[in-house]
Design a protein around this ligand. Structure first.
Ligand SMILES: [Zn+2]
Ligand SMILES: [Zn+2]
Length: 269
């Protein structure tokens, strides 16, 4: 019934609990999960989850926050994206939240890494899993520049597609992402008491363009806030959306699962 469109089951705290988590998923009717890659070093572990279990899939990508890791070339991404059960490119994007001593100008390496991922998405036709934090203007600008076909760019797909994951931006950013053809994914943050603004955005986003996720092990929804998150908690996100949209949880579960299949076409072999 439910689909967790974004989790990190390769992280040690979750991997150690995998049998219990799979049992809890079954009890909570969470049928599927997409295991998200954050470094090339981690890829074989993430991909191993997808090849070991029928209802797990994987992505390939290097998270914008990860420094001192192998920098992905276009070829690195394309090779791994061609492996069975790799259905998306990411997570990738921009994160200016932890600039520290640096300026936005110093983050050119992050923008270049994002561009490489967009090119991989356009060449493979696989959707992007986008992480953006304190950087929505640049994220949208680069997606517009790189994400659409332009003269001299020989790529197989006219347009990059994808999802803005763990959405915490404004309604204007949601509108811009929807206009680019992207989906919007909401996490357990939606259930937090102080997240009224994001609930308003969720009310605005059409149900046929919405996904749900845990982003586990982080961001456990209420009533588990502060604990280790896992995919079996994704129904709490659906429950919150059901209240906002005045629909049943079943309707939300079915719509977000259908959207997942439409975006990540590889999940229907
Ligand atoms: Zn993220
Ligand atoms: Zn993530």
């Amino acid at each position: 019934m439910f689909t967790d469109s974004h989790c990190h089951l390769s992280f040690p705290e979750l991997q150690a609990q995998l049998p219990q988590i799979r049992q809890a998923m079954q009890e909570a009717q969470v049928d599927r999960a997409l295991c998200i890659c954050t470094t090339l070093e981690e890829f074989e572990t993430v991909h191993g989850l997808a090849t070991s279990y029928d209802n797990f899939w994987s992505t390939v990508g290097v998270h914008p926050d990860n420094e001192d890791v192998q920098e992905p070339t276009l070829d690195d991404l394309l090779q791994r994206a061609s492996r069975p059960k790799v259905v998306g490119i990411g997570e990738t994007g921009l994160d200016y939240y932890r600039l520290g001593e640096r300026s936005v100008a110093d983050m050119e390496w992050q923008r270049e890494r994002f561009r490489v991922h967009i090119r991989a998405a356009r060449q493979t036709g696989k959707p992007l899993v986008i992480h953006t934090r304190s950087a929505s203007d640049d994220t949208l600008a680069i997606l517009k520049e790189e994400g659409e076909g332009a003269a001299g760019q020989a790529t197989a797909f006219e347009k990059a597609r994808g999802v803005f994951h763990c959405f915490t931006e404004t309604q204007a950013v949601a509108r811009a992402a929807l206009d680019l053809g992207f989906y919007i994914s909401f996490s357990g943050i939606l259930t937090f008491k102080n997240a009224g603004d994001i609930r308003e955005v969720a009310r605005f986003v059409p149900l046929d363009r919405m996904l749900i996720e845990t982003d586990s092990p982080y961001l456990a929804p209420m009533p588990y806030r502060g604990k280790t998150n896992n995919p079996s908690y994704v129904p709490f996100v659906a429950q919150q959306i059901a209240e906002l949209k005045q629909q049943s949880v079943q309707v939300i579960a079915e719509a977000t699962s259908r959207n997942f299949e439409q975006l990540f076409t590889g999940v229907k072999a």
